[in-house]
Design a protein around this ligand. Structure first.
Ligand code: SF4
Length: 469
């Protein structure tokens, strides 16, 4: 049954009648109401509303995780995003591109522990032709037909269009051509990396210049048009204003509306597969270590830093702010702590009413914040991870295995459940043999680790979306 939630733009965002209707799925917040909630609502209250909305969608019984492996096939990248500590030039001594055999070996290790998907992303490496990707995908699918290949990202797609010069008279047509080739070779879905913050003034300052918001969202729509399910991400807590976060969520919501309605609109060609859509939204705070952006001073560090944060002066709910509106815009950071993270995630649950899953970001925030995130609107703990190279290049990351993730979910009051890429439940852990219940002595339980690209690795884990590009 389909009904369109109503908007009530004249009501306060703090109106409990409005919020009850949002929880029930009958009303939708306007961007102005979203911003008001973010700025004014006390944190426990925001958490309670987000939790109520999450329970209305996902029930009270279980919360999920996935077992996948993050494989970064190359760290050679022509882009220079300021928040990235992972990229290398082709001439750097620690630049790498994995051989097919190394990649297949990693997938074998994943399959050995019950994993169901790989998240495969890389830098933008101009030395790799389209055939390198097509043959790789074919090799993966012939050896591991059961493994779901969640691969690449919109910025990589935009770069593929530049590298491979596909036919087509619009960006959409060109991206669709490349995506269709990759899909035919074995790519199953497109992760939401490189979302960062959509608003132009912020995006142009922090990098990913070639993949502006229209290119990013168009790439996702092209993937949806081929029947793929994708995710959307947001990296916040740097130079952006709070209105930029709301604008970002608004763009995801709008394009999701379009994808959800595409099957009954002229966007769907006769005889084509049904459209996919966004399955999940995941947001996390910027990690500063080893990144150029991380060297930017925090707001308040200089005696002349007074008044409103520059990002807030520039930001508008339309994403079209004037970067010259504040002389220090882009030169001061406002990094996120736990409260800011939980508030942002809770708002995303209330605001993005048409995306099914909201993922907790324990990789950067830590396991216990990730666990708390389950009461601030998140229904999914993301990935039990065997390897991560990107966020761990930028400082603090945490590593969890399946038993620990299950324990965190159970302690939060839910039954842990393993899911696949499209959120079907694979195993519901009610039995004494469940990964966490089978651990007899937590004091001696040690995380199982596998290899990362660079030894010694700082950590070996990942979360969907928290990857390069
Ligand atoms: S974030 Fe991705 S695109 Fe940007 S520099 Fe790093 S690897 Fe390259």
């Amino acid at each position: 049954m389909h009904h369109s939630p109503e908007v009530h733009p004249t009501l306060s965002g703090l109106d409990t009648g409005l919020l009850s209707a949002v929880v029930a799925g009958h009303a939708r917040l306007t961007p102005a109401q979203g911003l008001q909630i973010f700025r004014e609502m006390p944190t426990p209250e925001l958490g309670r509303w987000a939790d109520a909305r999450c329970r209305a969608i996902h029930g009270d019984t279980y919360r999920t995780y996935v077992i996948d492996r993050n494989i970064n096939y190359t760290n050679v990248c022509t882009a220079k995003c300021t928040f990235c500590a992972f990229r290398r030039d082709a001439t750097d001594h620690d630049a790498y591109t994995l051989e097919y055999e190394q990649l297949l070996e990693k997938i074998q290790q994943l399959v050995d522990i019950g994993g169901t998907q790989i998240l495969m992303q890389g830098g933008m490496n101009p030395n790799l032709p389209l055939d390198w990707y097509l043959e790789l995908l074919a090799a993966i699918k012939s050896r591991f037909p059961q493994v779901h290949v969640h691969a690449f990202s919109p910025p990589e797609m935009i770069e593929f269009v530049n590298f491979f010069d596909p036919p087509g008279d619009s960006l959409y047509a060109k991206i669709r051509w490349v995506l269709a080739k990759l899909q035919a070779a074995g790519m199953d879905s497109l992760p939401g990396g490189g979302g960062e913050i959509f608003a132009g003034p912020v995006r142009r300052k922090i990098g990913l210049g070639k993949c502006d918001q229209t290119a990013w969202l168009t790439t996702m729509y092209a993937a949806h048009s081929l029947g793929m399910f994708t995710s959307a991400t947001m990296m916040f807590g740097h130079i952006e204003g709070y209105a930029d976060r709301v604008h970002h969520m608004d763009m995801v919501r709008r394009w999701q509306d379009r994808a959800l309605h595409a099957n009954t609109s002229e966007d769907r060609e006769e005889g084509s597969v049904p459209f996919g859509h966004y399955k999940a939204f995941i947001s996390w705070p910027f990690q500063r270590d080893n990144t150029p952006l991380g060297r930017v001073k925090d707001w308040g560090a200089q005696p002349t830093d007074s008044g409103e944060f520059p990002g807030d002066v520039v930001a508008t709910l339309n994403g079209d702010g004037d970067p010259k509106a504040h002389p220090e815009f882009g030169r001061r950071l406002r990094t996120s702590g736990t409260v800011d993270y939980l508030r942002t995630q809770a708002l995303s649950r209330l605001f993005i009413d048409n995306v099914y899953s909201i993922g907790a970001s324990w990789v950067t925030m830590g396991p216990h914040v990730g666990q708390t995130a389950l009461t601030y609107g998140a229904n999914d703990m993301g990935s039990v991870m065997m390897e991560e190279n990107v966020v761990s290049s930028a400082g603090t990351t945490y590593c969890l295995d399946e038993a620990v993730i299950c324990r965190l979910i159970r302690e939060a009051g839910y039954t842990p459940a393993q899911r696949n890429n499209v959120y079907d439940l694979l195993r519901l852990h009610t039995e004494p043999t469940s990964p966490d219940l089978a651990v007899s002595d937590w004091s001696t339980h040690r995380l199982k680790r596998l290899h990362a690209e660079k030894e010694p690795a700082t950590a070996e884990l990942s979360i969907e979306g928290a990857a390069p590009a």
